[in-house]
Each structure stands twice: as structure tokens, then as C-alpha cells.
Design a protein around this ligand. Structure first.
Ligand code: F6R
Length: 262
């Protein structure tokens, strides 16, 4: 086990650019299996990937993609579903055929969850998993209290998560109470993990995840158990980390951090 590698960049835009660079490099590997996230944080990553595909610098033609989660109980084609999000932000514009990307079935039961996991295994396992982090430290929709060996399953969303995500729903729409998410155990099986965090609202969760105890109270703290995690964050999200600067690249305003010695 080695501590997550923390890279602090000057802005959310730089974080997205750095994530897009890592994903692009990963996509050059043979038969890449890419784990993707939704939410606000990766929007600029998908813009960058779309632009690279449009200009011929990048192809996802050989990739297979798996998303972390999907709401339960939304009608097909609902604009706030994660399927609609992925079609809009990435898969549609780059023309990725439907059989090359998978989301958990938000309305499926244990059998559908098992076949989602089986599809990941059949594809060869996720090589690189992109993650955001919730204000309460959730990853995927694994809310505080989720077991670190949990698998894909239906979960109940916290009020805080539903309130935060209400901004993605049309006015006066009720945010679903349930969703299906990859489990923390499933996420930890990815060979490499890229966690993105931007903005002050993520500072507390990020510090708890990376420097607090490994605990079910903070789902993202499970990432301390993984040997290949890179954290890409901006100064605002990094402000509560107690770290020493291990490296500094004046050209990219990138700081490499290591935990400070007490
Ligand atoms: C998204 C997901 C969530 C988000 C998290 C942060 O697929 O699983 O864990 O990554 O809620 O969301 P944003 O980026 O909107 O702050």
C-alpha cells in the first residue's frame, strides 16, 4: 500500500486538463477499460476529451466504459439521469456505440447488479477509474456507512446528497431517494484510480478521506487502502490538507504533496 499521490493545480480547469491527459494516455493502452463518473467536476474533462476526439488526437473506439451509478425510478431519457448526462457530455458527441458503454441499471435488482459486475470482469476489469467526491465523502453513491467491501447494489441517498443534486433536476422535480451504485469493493478493484476534487466545498471531505482514519463514516477513506490512487485537486479543495510540498512545476503550477510529518 502506498499513500495516494496528491497533485494540487492552480484551478479547476487545470485539474480537468490534467485528468484528460491521464485518461488520454490510458486510452492508448491495448483494450482500455475506463470507469467514468458524472457530476459537475468531470464536465470539463469530458469537454476536453470531446475536443481531442474531434481534432483527431484521441480515439475511444477501442475502449469499453463503465459508469459508477444511476438513479432509481427515473423515466427513460430523463434529462437528469446519468445515462442522459453521459450521452450528452461524451458518448453521443464522440459517437461511441451503445455496446461499448455501460451504466448500472437504476431500476434493476440484485441480478442486474451482478450482471453489471460480470460485464466488468468479462471486459478484463477496470484499468482506470475516474472519481469525484461528495461533500460527505461519498464515492459513487456509496454514502457514509457503506461497507468498504460493498458491491454494486441499490442504496438510499442522504438528504444532503439529494439537496445538492437537486440543481441538476428541473425545478419542482423530486430527486430520487434511491440509486444503484458500484460498491466500494468494486471501485477498489480498479487497477488505477483518479480522484478529482475542486472547490472549497470539497476541502473537508478531501482532508477526511486522505488524512483521517480509514472508516466507513468517510467512504472515500477506503481509497487509502488502494496502491495506485492519484488525487487531482485545486488549491481550494486542498486547503485543509496538512502536507509538505514534495515537488513543484512552475510551468504547470503543479504542486506534488506528501503528508506532513507530525
Ligand atoms: C457521480 C458520482 C458522485 C459524484 C460526487 C461529486 O457519478 O458518483 O460520487 O462524483 O457526488 O459530484 P460533483 O462533481 O457534482 O461535485
Amino acid at each position: 500500500m502506498s499513500a495516494p499521490r496528491i497533485e494540487v493545480l492552480a484551478s479547476a480547469r487545470e485539474v480537468a486538463g490534467r485528468a484528460a491527459d491521464r485518461i488520454s494516455a490510458f486510452l492508448a493502452s491495448p483494450a482500455p477499460v475506463l470507469g467514468l463518473a458524472t457530476g459537475r467536476t468531470p464536465l470539463a474533462v469530458y469537454t476536453a476529451l470531446r475536443d481531442r476526439v474531434a481534432t483527431g488526437q484521441l480515439s475511444l473506439a477501442h475502449a469499453i466504459c463503465f459508469n459508477l451509478d444511476e438513479y432509481s425510478g427515473l423515466p427513460g431519457g430523463h434529462p437528469a439521469s446519468f445515462e442522459s448526462y453521459m450521452r450528452r457530455e461524451l458518448f453521443g458527441p464522440i459517437g461511441l456505440p451503445d455496446d461499448r458503454w455501460h451504466l448500472p441499471d437504476g431500476d434493476g435488482g440484485p441480478a442486474e447488479a451482478r450482471s453489471f459486475e460480470a460485464a466488468i470482469v468479462a471486459a478484463g476489469g477496470i484499468g482506470l477509474q475516474l472519481l469525484g467526491i461528495g461533500r460527505n465523502g461519498h464515492i459513487g453513491f456509496n454514502e457514509p456507512g457503506a461497507a468498504h467491501d460493498s458491491r454494486t447494489r441499490q442504496v438510499r441517498l442522504t438528504e444532503q446528497t439529494r439537496q445538492t443534486n437537486a440543481q441538476d433536476f428541473p425545478a419542482n422535480t423530486v430527486v430520487p431517494e434511491y440509486a444503484v451504485t458500484m460498491g466500494i469493493g468494486t471501485i477498489l478493484e480498479a487497477r488505477e484510480i483518479l480522484l478529482m476534487a475542486t472547490g472549497t466545498a470539497k476541502a473537508e471531505a478531501l482532508a477526511a478521506a486522505l488524512q483521517g482514519p480509514v472508516s466507513e463514516a468517510v467512504p472515500a477513506s477506503a481509497l487509502q487502502r488502494h496502491s495506485r490512487v492519484t488525487v487531482l485537486c485545486d488549491f481550494a479543495a486542498a486547503q485543509l490538507l496538512s502536507c509538505q510540498v514534495a515537488s513543484c512545476d512552475p510551468k504547470t503550477a503543479l504542486l506534488g504533496l506528501v503528508p506532513s510529518v507530525e
